[in-house]
Design a protein around this ligand. Structure first.
Ligand code: CA
Length: 230
């Protein structure tokens, strides 16, 4: 495992701890201490994962995340937040983060989350040129490209994997737990809210009327279902 990780954090002590531990795990580690240098570094080098603290001097981590996603980056982003409020976590996911961890955290938990984000579920590592379409949306799995009305629609890595899982299980009712396990790779479930936020985001991007979805349907009391076209 020689994945490249960018740590974006300004607390010197935490940076040192994280860097040492991640290097010990065999990761290649770079560090940025504020939003500006994070964006610069991310533009110059490619990373397999970004560990992003939300509280930074100057621009916040949320702004960094939004900028990266606007620029078309689909690098998995794990957010670190000192705040406990759910609304901040939701804001983080809405800004395009793939997961979040509240400080203080256990190093083992951080490492597990990192591994989960880096691991692409095996059934998704297909090399066949698989294409799907629904409504005015076209998906090219091999190129991880989504077009809506002929225009590229940028999705984060997790959004794409979630969409792909839906497409591979059309018409099946999928529980939040199954989605967390299969798409996020979690054995221990942090919060099924993660699934809801990503579903909401996919609807925003892909449904004609996100409030009355035609494809990504809620199955009340159970989970979600991707409806095949009739
Ligand atoms: Ca900080």
């Amino acid at each position: 495992m020689n994945a490249r990780i960018l740590i974006v954090e300004d607390e010197a002590g935490l940076v040192m701890t994280l860097r040492d531990r991640l290097r010990k795990q065999g990761y290649t580690v770079s560090v940025a201490r504020d939003a500006e240098s994070a964006l610069e570094t991310a533009a110059r080098h490619s990373f397999d994962l970004i560990l992003l603290d939300l509280m930074l001097p100057g621009k916040s981590g949320l702004a960094v995340c939004e900028k990266l996603r606007e620029g078309g980056s689909s690098t998995p982003i794990l957010m670190l937040t000192a705040r406990r409020q759910t609304k901040d976590k939701v804001a983080g996911l809405k800004a395009g983060g793939d997961d979040y961890l509240t400080k203080p955290f256990h190093m083992t938990e951080l490492l597990a989350r990192i591994e989960a984000l880096l691991r692409r579920p095996s059934k998704m590592s297909t090399t066949a040129a698989v294409q799907y379409h629904f409504g005015n949306v076209e998906i090219d799995v091999r190129r991880t490209e989504v077009l809506r009305g002929g225009k590229v629609m940028p999705l984060s890595a997790k959004e794409f994997q979630l969409l792909q899982y839906f497409l591979e299980h059309r018409d099946a009712t999928l529980s939040r737990e199954e989605l967390l396990r299969e798409v996020w790779g979690y054995q221990e479930l942090p919060s099924t809210r993660t699934v809801d936020v990503h579903v909401a985001w996919l609807r925003q991007k892909l449904e004609q009327d996100p409030k009355n979805p035609q494809f990504i349907l809620t199955v009340v009391g159970f989970g979600y279902k991707f409806a095949a076209e009739r």
